[in-house]
Design a protein around this ligand. Structure first.
Ligand code: ACO
Length: 323
């Protein structure tokens, strides 16, 4: 059977680092409060000229270099983002153009923090369906542009960045020993839409709007939703937590990650954690974390890796793959 195998990875961050101490100067917060409640120590914030598409392009070029490929080798680009450069055209098409590509096709996926998980699952379906052979899957965000910088309950949590994976078609045996995407478990439930949302949009206010969140409510649902989809991915493949080499969670909050790992009996030395450095970069957080852990040699070819996320909507999901 055809599998969607990881061929390369890459990431890009804005130039400017903003520490918790710097935020103390503009909002009523403290480094201690932020670290204790979230684990975040710093985040990267996009400056002039840095956009979701420019960060996505840089991550894509890094992934192409890592894979030893050029844009000519890609036939589909999927970008997961909730902070597109423009309402349309899609950021994926913008990045396609920046890469000098006029062949293939490109589109965006919007599932907020779960966007990258949805995008990998979507790429896998296109590859297994024979519609694409090599897909550039990008998570790219500039959440700093939709934050209310006077609201201390949200502005301290998020950051900007981008990460990318290249998935390509390869023959597999149809067993869990195959490299590539083994299963995906995706969910959404719009009855939670008011707990985490942006209070504007083209069809309602005609403005971009700003992020609003009931943090406690999100926290209350997060661990249960995350563990449900991970359990579903294990059940669908007949694999177990003991067999897992790496859990690469969406990097929202250290406490949510630790709570999920504990409930699943996954030891913390198998969990990739970058929230301290990047903050919550929404759809970019998983590919950024993958690039860090594959880049420093922790994630190796053949490792069993679980990706998971939960975010606005609510949306939540997990992808199990063999690296
Ligand atoms: N600095 C200092 N004090 C603050 C700050 C801040 N930045 N923000 C809130 N506080 C205060 C509150 O005003 C409150 O004060 P009060 O008791 O005088 O009213 C106190 O801290 C406690 O506030 P809570 O909201 O109850 O704090 P909590 O322990 O729930 O932590 C947090 C807040 C970190 C947002 C937590 O609820 C959380 O992590 N939620 C998950 C949200 C999340 O990660 N969202 C990301 C998007 S979804 C996703 O990616 C999974």
């Amino acid at each position: 059977m055809i599998r969607s195998v990881v061929r390369g990875f890459g990431a890009a961050l804005p130039k400017r680092v903003v520490t918790n101490r710097e935020l103390e100067e503009t909002v009523d917060t403290s480094d201690e409060w932020i670290v204790q409640r979230t684990g975040i120590k710093q985040r990267y914030i996009a400056g002039e000229g840095e956009t979701t598409a420019s960060l996505g392009e840089a991550a894509a070029r890094a992934a192409l270099d890592n894979a030893g490929l050029t844009p000519a080798d890609i036939d589909l680009i999927i970008v997961a983002t909730s902070t597109p450069d423009n309402t349309f055209p899609a950021t994926a098409v913008n990045i396609q153009n920046r890469l000098g590509m006029t062949h293939g096709f490109a589109f965006d996926v919007q599932a907020v923090c779960t966007g990258f998980v949805y995008a990998v699952a979507t790429a896998d379906v296109y590859i297994r369906g024979g519609l694409a052979k090599r897909v550039l899957v990008i998570g790219a965000e500039t959440f700093s542009r939709i934050l209310d910088w006077t609201d201390r309950t949200t502005c301290v949590l998020f950051g900007d960045g981008a990460g990318a994976l290249i998935l390509e078609a390869a023959e597999g045996e149809g067993t869990t020993d195959d490299r590539g995407v083994l299963t995906a478990s995706l969910r959404s439930d719009g009855s939670h839409k008011d707990k985490l949302y942006v209070d504007g949009g083209p069809s309602t206010t005609g403005t971009v709007g700003q992020l609003r969140m009931e943090g406690r409510e999100v926290f209350k649902h997060a661990v249960g939703m995350i563990t449900d989809v991970i359990d579903a991915a294990f059940a669908a493949t007949g694999t177990t937590a003991e067999q897992l080499d790496w859990l690469v969670p969406h990097q929202a909050n250290r406490r949510i990650i630790e709570g999920s790992a504990k409930k699943l009996s996954i030891p913390m030395d198998k969990v990739v954690m970058t929230v301290d450095q990047h903050g919550n970069t929404s759809a970019a957080s998983i590919p950024l974390a993958l690039a860090v852990a594959a880049g420093d040699g922790r994630i190796k070819k053949g490792d069993l890796v679980m990706l998971e996320a939960m975010g606005g909507g609510f949306t939540w999901g997990a992808v199990l793959l063999r690296w």
